[in-house]
Design a protein. Structure first.
Length: 276
């Protein structure tokens, strides 16, 4: 089955990518999760998104207090709801939304919160409409295994939200919509994802020095989750369960997308690679 995940804004996008990783870990090849950032450079983005909306059987809207009025989110929600029952469109609440959101068109959909209970309810809803649903006991065990990775991502988002202003002006909202439209337009021509220097080093080490010994810390976990959520690496076990010391190549694999990304950039000097 195909799942369409809608987002608007950096925090919403991060949650969407993390949720995509969780669902693919839980259901593996049984589900395909589309996040609108994942569009091939040069591809007609409007046509691709229309095709994905048409083929999807379930829709997830990653909502924050900054994007719940997004015209883009409302459009995608309406397009999915037109195709099938509203019970298959689920707002995923990253933040507590203001009271005014109760008058939004999105209020017609049954939402879940971005916590363990709410995320599991979402997973159960997806499982029930699959052709071969997982037995509830297996689903619970798998969810318990993989949930900590997404939980860490969501906690970081909630912590960053505490430093942001609660209200934005109408001008701010209009500028946010404009930036979103411009960003989608740029997606036709951009070929690379944005990585920090240390994240790029991790990719190079996985390709060239998989035997390197790594020492676990919260920053490293965050970097590896980001690379995983972008589809550049694949983890063999939950990142939250990594041992204090480990060899990179024993727990991670470089994906085809990761290899292509490395081939598209200018090589770093040799002295910039090595053990973090």
């Amino acid at each position: 089955m195909r799942i369409f995940t809608s987002w608007s804004g950096d925090r919403s996008k991060t949650a969407a990518l993390g949720l995509k990783s969780l669902l693919q870990d839980l259901f593996e090849e049984a589900v395909q999760v589309f996040v609108s950032d994942h569009i091939t450079p040069g591809e007609a983005w409007a046509q691709r998104i229309g095709t994905e909306l048409e083929q999807s059987e379930f829709g997830i809207l990653c909502l924050t207090r900054d994007n719940w009025q997004s015209s883009w989110l409302l459009f995608e929600a309406g397009a999915i709801a037109k195709k099938f029952a509203s019970s298959r469109v689920v707002p995923y609440l990253i933040d507590e939304l203001p009271p005014a959101s109760e008058r939004s068109p999105l209020a017609q959909f049954q939402h879940v919160r971005a916590d363990r209970e709410g995320t599991y309810r979402l997973v159960e809803s997806i499982n029930t409409i699959r052709e071969s649903p997982k037995p509830s006991d297996r689903l619970e065990r798998s969810f318990t295994k993989w949930w900590p990775d997404l939980e860490q991502t969501l906690k970081a988002l909630q912590a960053s939200n505490a430093t942001q202003p609660a209200l934005r002006t109408d001008r701010d909202l209009l500028e946010a919509i404009l930036q979103r439209v411009e960003g989608l337009s740029r997606a036709r021509n951009e070929s690379r994802v944005e990585l920090s220097p240390i994240e790029l080093t991790h990719l190079r080490n996985l390709r060239d020095h998989p035997e390197l010994a790594y020492k676990l810390d919260p920053n490293l976990q965050k970097e590896l989750r980001h690379l995983r959520d972008l589809g550049l690496i694949k983890n063999r076990k939950p990142i939250a369960d990594l041992p204090p010391n480990f060899q990179l190549g024993q727990h991670f694999d470089l994906t085809v997308k990761g290899k292509d990304h490395l081939q598209s950039i200018v090589p770093l000097p040799e002295e910039q690679t090595g053990t973090p």
